[in-house]
Design a protein around this ligand. Structure first.
Ligand code: NAG
Ligand code: NAG
Length: 190
């Protein structure tokens, strides 16, 4: 009889230890932050990207741009959702200068292991760049190849999250339109 009790006691002790370890692991898992989302650019539609000269100020060129961009946001976490606590703000830069204002993607909740396509419109009218990138942009536009960065900002669980996505746009004479060049290094945000 005593032996049975001591077996039961040992079994109970083992069960208690297993549950404590389980609870500790669960709490540690729940409180560790999820891995950040992975962004990539899947499309850039260029509606406008050109210099406009101010008729009253010939020397002062202005730049107009209008893009629609499609981003893929992937939640790499197998078990954790990602909450975007603020809208995703997207804007385009060239040579470190803003060439569009911000496009917005509404805040959303992304379940574990899920991917979403985010679409934003970026508009820049009468953007004045400093001289150096302006000349480079002019040269690149004429050459039909422009390297931009798409900057994305949002807030995840109270922490700001920023990635930039290098994108190469190329002018295709046959279609008379700009389109995104897809290569291994381009379009991946980090
Ligand atoms: C570029 O745009 C971002 C986002 O709107 C803004 O925070 C930043 O101040 C701008 N930079 C300049 C130089 O205007
Ligand atoms: C463009 O912006 C400049 C100032 O940077 C301003 O003087 C000019 O009137 C603007 N042109 C248009 C067409 O809005």
């Amino acid at each position: 009889m005593r032996k049975v009790f001591s077996y039961l006691f040992a079994l109970l002790a083992v069960l208690v230890i297993i549950s404590i370890v389980g609870v500790v692991l669960f709490v540690a898992f729940r409180s560790s932050p999820p891995s950040p989302p992975q962004f990539s650019v899947i499309a850039v539609d260029v509606y406008r990207m050109s210099f406009v000269s101010d008729p009253f100020q010939q020397s002062n060129l202005h730049f107009d741009a209008f893009f629609r961009v499609g981003l893929l946001a992937r939640n790499p976490n197998k078990w954790k959702a990602i909450s975007y606590d603020s809208p995703v703000h997207v804007y385009a830069t060239f040579g470190g200068q803003n060439i569009t204002g911000e496009g917005f993607i509404h805040q959303f909740h992304q379940p574990a292991d899920d991917s979403n396509v985010l679409v934003a419109s970026l508009a820049g009218f009468n953007m004045t760049a400093t001289m150096a990138p302006q000349e480079q942009l002019w040269t690149d536009l004429v050459a039909g190849r422009v390297e931009l960065e798409l900057e994305c900002d949002t807030i995840l669980k109270g922490k700001s999250f920023h990635v930039d996505c290098p994108v190469v746009l190329q002018y295709i004479p046959e279609t008379q339109a700009w389109s995104m060049q897809n290569t291994a290094q381009h379009g991946i945000c980090g």
